[in-house]
Design a protein around this ligand. Structure first.
Ligand code: 2F8
Ligand code: CA
Length: 233
């Protein structure tokens, strides 16, 4: 039997086999047990190389995946992530505890909670500055009204109260106690008016029956007041 690797044919020289049984074995090994002719194309070797290389690549990939997984779940990494978790958890616990303590304090002192802020309404009257000082001593400041909802909230009390708005620094330039300029306002009809030429630099909530309830008055008047402490619970 002669196999020429450059040709796609195999020549079997039957005559070279000593007997009939040897010929039969040779023919079987070439033809195959199922009777189909075996292929001996030269491309077969290339296919084998490709298949073997593919298998090797798969094994390599699997090995890489396993080692990566092992590296990420190493004790050091687990320790580090547990430490981070614990620190974050502790911070959350501390924040929660201090928030709980603060809110308990404000509730006990009679403050009212509305839309992320605590509010304190005084029961005595003071000038605008003394009122503000009282709020500051309580860890708050005079109320800053920056929404329609907050404005409506102040009207519920039906009391004349100072709010944290003034133009004391520059006449006609209204500023909140935190230094921000006035953008949304709720002036009563005809206000602010520096009534009769007076220096009305401080704002009171006065006209409760009207959505626009603000009036400017002289800061030395004595009024009730409302403090605000921002606190998102
Ligand atoms: O006391 C000052 C105050 O007097 C009036 O209100 C009672 C004025 N209102 C009107 O003129 C409508 C306020 O503007 C003034 O501040
Ligand atoms: Ca006025």
């Amino acid at each position: 039997m002669v196999y020429d690797k450059d040709e796609s044919e195999i020549t079997i020289e039957i005559g070279n086999f000593p007997d009939a049984s040897a010929r039969s074995v040779a023919l079987k090994s070439y033809i195959g047990e199922d009777g189909e002719a075996a292929t001996a194309v030269p491309g077969g070797k290339l296919h084998r190389y490709v298949a073997v290389s593919f298998c090797l690549l798969c094994i390599l990939q699997a090995a890489l995946n396993i080692s990566l997984r092992l590296a990420l779940s190493s004790p050091q990494n687990i320790d580090a992530s547990c430490k981070n978790l614990t620190e974050r958890d502790n911070l959350r616990r501390i924040n929660f505890a201090s928030l709980a303590a603060s809110s308990a304090h404000y509730f006990n002192q009679g403050w009212v909670y509305f839309h992320d802020s605590f509010y304190y309404i005084s029961s005595i009257k003071k000038t605008w500055q003394d009122s503000r000082d009282d709020c500051l001593q309580r860890g708050a400041d005079l109320i800053i009204i920056n929404s329609k909802e907050e404005q409506e909230f102040t009207r519920r009390y039906k009391k004349i109260m100072w709010i944290g708005l003034t133009d004391r620094e520059t006449e006609g330039v209204w500023k909140w106690v935190d230094g921000t300029p006035l953008t949304t306002s709720f002036w009563y009809f005809g206000e602010p008016n520096n009534y009769h030429g007076r220096n009305e630099d401080c704002i009171e909530i006065k006209y409760h029956d009207n959505g626009n309830s603000w009036n400017d008055v002289v800061c030395e008047n004595e009024n009730l007041w409302i403090c605000e402490k921002k606190m998102a619970l």
